[in-house]
Ligand binder design. Structure first.
Ligand code: GRF
Length: 197
């Protein structure tokens, strides 16, 4: 399984997947990292790992339509099978979405369908979880469709919330399980235990 990543910032989830590939616990090959952010840690990580890294944004290539084409070309020319959104802060264009229908996966730092949708990203999610007085949170891997956080759920991992937890405490606890959940879920796809729609 060849993986193409889209990542905007740190790329720690991406790194965990790359590490699992190197360790052999995930039978997959990371082939390209695409970022809308030229200064992202995700692109630095790609360079460190010897993986092709591309800075592609509407600004860089001209407009949203050209960006959609450029991303599609970057993925298809490298034979990507599955696209992993690892903290990608943009919507996917219609051509990429159509070509990779059912093969674009996202990770969300909460138990969807709760705490998802527009504006629910980063610390906003964890603050909302704490303010709602939840007793647990977690991470969700789902298939990407044209909306935010609405596609079919493939896997979830749960973490308990302790009384007095801050949003930062929850964020750290959730990120830890995210790192495991993504590569485990991808391996289940390789093994046929989870089938993509
Ligand atoms: C993660 O919390 C993920 O759930 C969300 O964006 C964050 C990315 O973190 N979609 P990183 O870039 O993988 O460190």
């Amino acid at each position: 399984m060849k993986i193409g990543f889209l990542a905007s910032h740190g790329g720690s989830n991406m790194q965990a997947i790359i590490d699992a590939c190197k360790a052999g616990s995930l039978q997959a090959e990371p082939v390209v990292v695409i970022s809308n952010n030229g200064a992202s840690r995700a692109l630095e990580r790609a360079a460190e790992e010897g993986i092709a890294g591309l800075h592609l944004s509407a600004k860089v290539v001209g407009d949203e339509e050209k960006l959609d084409d450029a991303i599609l070309d970057a993925l298809t020319s490298r034979g990507v099978d599955v696209v992993v959104l690892a903290g990608y802060m943009r919507k996917i264009g219609p051509r990429v979405l159509e070509h990779f229908k059912g093969r674009i996966l996202n990770i969300h730092p909460a138990l969807l369908p709760k705490f998802g949708g527009q504006g629910m990203f980063g610390m906003n999610v964890h603050r909302a979880v704490v303010e709602a007085g939840e007793t647990e949170s977690g991470a969700t891997i789902h298939v990407v469709d044209a909306e935010y956080d609405t596609g079919p759920v493939l896997a979830q991992a749960r973490v308990p919330l302790e009384p007095g937890d801050t949003a930062e405490d929850v964020a750290a606890r959730v990120l830890k399980v995210e790192h495991q959940l993504f590569s485990e879920t991808l391996q289940k796809i390789v093994d046929g235990e989870i089938s993509l729609p």
